[in-house]
Design a protein around this ligand. Structure first.
Ligand code: KIV
Ligand code: ZN
Length: 392
């Protein structure tokens, strides 16, 4: 069966950069955009041009540097925002304007202080105006996750009628459960007039730790674009992590989806983003965390040494990591100790291993991790002991 492409829309430079302390200058944005393009993402959301002159410059520079991917700029459903986004995108080979408005009751009543009827009119006008600048217009229905599905469908119909070809369904507050988000996408696929003229996009926040699961549920229900960020950074608890959705679709080939991402670049790009933004990646982060391919308990280590696949579903090489790590801790067993000793050039016979292991456990109980230097000292002590026994 032919596989279906899922478009990867990276918003590291927009939603990701909104994280306090992660602001980037123009040169940094260009460097990351170039890496994203090499990584193979389809769309790069470069920023929110109306937000500041600096961001306008950055979007403009990214638009001029990126040649293959689509470069997207965010705007509210406000004429001046849209015009400014269009100006920033002038040099882009493939420009996209991303415009939209809040659609949940709480956004309409308290944030926008208006009526559903007015939202329909503003959505129509915004898409129409954006369309006067670029062919490729994406419409976002902010807080779609908590919006009434019937009203959401009417807003999307208006967006399609005015020329939007991508419809973003953000779970802005990260509220939905995967089955709810999936059902929402399925409802829209079945109930929006003209839906065949557009594709649905997921944009899921991680407030309940469900951003990745929700994006995948959306794809299973018919969405064909995922909005995501490197390392899952983004407002509050972050967004769907690019590396996670890409690897889920790849590892579950029976789902019959593919992306254009070169997975071997996932770890290098993750490091680049983390270092440039000064935003460390949690060690247990899937795919790109320092411990994603590290094994420390004796039972797991023994299995991995015998056959890596016993405890790893991904070959680290496929995501740009040199090799799995066997970490020596007080929970490690003899197999791991012998393996690590061998890695540093020391072959331990069975009785030698028993002796070093006893000493190793004493050190491991004192230290969190026993490193190569500690191991060399432990092995050298064994040799010294044997020599002194011989001499004595
Ligand atoms: O989370 C959200 O709703 C957004 C939109 C602006 C797309 O980031
Ligand atoms: Zn967002």
């Amino acid at each position: 069966m032919a596989q279906t492409q899922i478009h990867i829309f990276d918003t590291t430079l927009r939603d990701g950069e909104q994280v306090p302390g992660c602001k980037l200058n123009t040169a940094q944005k260009i460097a990351i955009a170039q890496s994203l393009e090499t990584l193979g993402v389809d769309i790069i959301e470069a920023g929110f041009p109306i937000s500041s002159p600096g961001d306008f410059q950055s979007v403009r520079a990214v638009a001029q540097h990126v040649r293959h991917a689509t470069v997207c700029a965010l705007s509210r459903a406000v004429e001046n925002d849209i015009k400014t986004a269009a100006e920033a995108l002038e040099g882009a080979k493939h420009p996209r304007i991303h415009t939209g408005i809040g659609v949940s009751d709480i956004h309409i009543k308290y944030k926008l202080r208006t009526t559903p009827q007015d939202i329909l009119q503003r959505a129509a006008a915004a898409v129409r105006y954006a369309k006067s600048f670029v062919e490729d217009v994406e419409f976002y229905a902010e807080d779609a996750g908590r919006a009434d599905n019937e009203f959401l469908a009417r807003v999307l119909e208006v967006a399609i009628e005015n020329g939007a070809t991508v419809l973003n369904i953000p779970d802005t507050t990260g509220y939905c459960l995967p089955h709810q988000y999936g059902a929402k996408i399925a409802y829209l696929m079945a109930n929006v007039r003209g839906i065949h003229k557009a594709i649905l996009s997921t944009h899921c926040h991680n407030d309940l730790g469900l951003a990745t699961a929700n994006a995948i549920a959306g794809v299973e229900a018919g969405a064909r674009q995922i909005e995501c960020t490197i390392n899952g950074i983004g407002e509050r608890a972050g967004n769907t992590a690019l590396e996670e959705v890409v690897m889920i679709l790849r590892q579950h080939a029976d789902m019959n989806f593919y992306t254009n991402v070169n997975t071997r670049l996932l770890n290098p790009v993750s490091h680049q983003v983390s270092e440039t933004m000064g935003m460390p990646v949690q060690p247990n982060k899937a795919i790109v965390g320092a411990n994603a391919f590290a094994h420390s308990s004796g039972i797991h280590q023994d299995g991995v040494i015998k056959k890596r696949e016993t405890y790893e579903i991904i070959d680290p090489f496929e995501v740009g990591v040199d090799h799995s790590k066997i970490v020596l801790t007080a929970r490690s067993g003899r197999a791991a100790l012998a393996y690590r000793a061998k890695c540093i050039g020391i072959d331990l016979m069975k009785d030698e291993l028993d002796q070093v292991y006893t000493e190793f456990l004493l050190v491991a109980d004192r230290k969190k991790e026993v490193n190569d230097d500690d191991l060399r000292v432990l092995c050298a002590q064994l040799v010294n002991q044997s020599v002194s026994q011989l001499v004595g």
